[in-house]
Design a protein around this ligand. Sequence first.
Ligand code: C2E
Ligand code: MG
Ligand code: MG
Ligand code: MG
Length: 281
Amino acid sequence: CKRAKSTGSVEIYQSGEATAVRRRFSIETELRRALENARLELAYQPLVDLASNRVTGFEALARWSHPEEGMISPAEFIPVAEESGLIVPLGRWAMETAVRQLAEWDEAAGSALPLSMAVNLSAIQLTRDDVPTMVAETLARHGVAGRRLVVELTESAIVHDPERAARVLGQLKALDCAIAMDDFGTGHSNLAYLQKLPIDVLKIDRSFITGMLTDRDKVAIVRAVLGLANALGMRTTAEGIEAVELAHTLSALGCSHGQGYYFGRPMSADEAMACFRAFNG
Ligand code: C2E
Ligand code: MG
Ligand code: MG
Ligand code: MG
């Protein structure tokens, strides 16, 4: 801000903060509008079985193309959605859109494809008791079996209210959904949760995977996490695989699944089906 620059550093700081607040507010207003006017989209990123090199599912990731500003990252708008409560309708929209997409792929193929759909659930959504009902109704509306849905949550979702989390996860398990612990290793992990909660998949955060091949400490951490997950009977997904060597190393270490730009970036529904066919023949 030009005016603030001439009046000293305190002003610059305050002005910068005011700009951030304004941006946050405009994002909230425009996100609400984008949601109402169906201007959000989902992109689908392949999840790959490392042993067979087959696509076993896709993760649905929200995309917002702003008319003036272009793509706004979910890393920016999801936190705003969480603070403003918009994450509840946004989360409902994401679940509806992802499950409907899976049903459309099935219909186009003429039968249920061997694919799961992973949908991110915010910690804020988990504080609401109506999430299992919302999920059940969405699955029923589209005739999709619960076992084909993976619900991804972060550690913060559980730490905030472990008892409620246990209850909601139990209800999602009763629908036959799988539960994935997202970004594992970055939150306030309490290893006891891994044992107590019905977690099916551990997703090892990208920060441990990136640069792993030249960092013995990262390999040690990844090896330990894989050992723990395997001992507890969980599947494992390594996030952020950008090179073939990483895929091979992780597979050799006992990691069952991978996700990352090496296999495919988040893409449109049509591209995702082409990707599925290319991998799975
Ligand atoms: P996430 O759930 O951990 O999703 C994985 C993120 O890593 C995605 O970022 C994906 O594009 C990125 N990624 C995947 N492979 C690679 C790779 O090889 N290299 C690099 N550098 N990045 C990779 P994205 O799409 O920007 O989403 C960021 C986060 O926003 C997600 O992290 C998730 O926490 C949140 N998010 C996105 N969509 C939704 C949604 O519908 N609901 C909720 N609650 N959160 C969402
Ligand atoms: Mg995720
Ligand atoms: Mg993740
Ligand atoms: Mg992550």
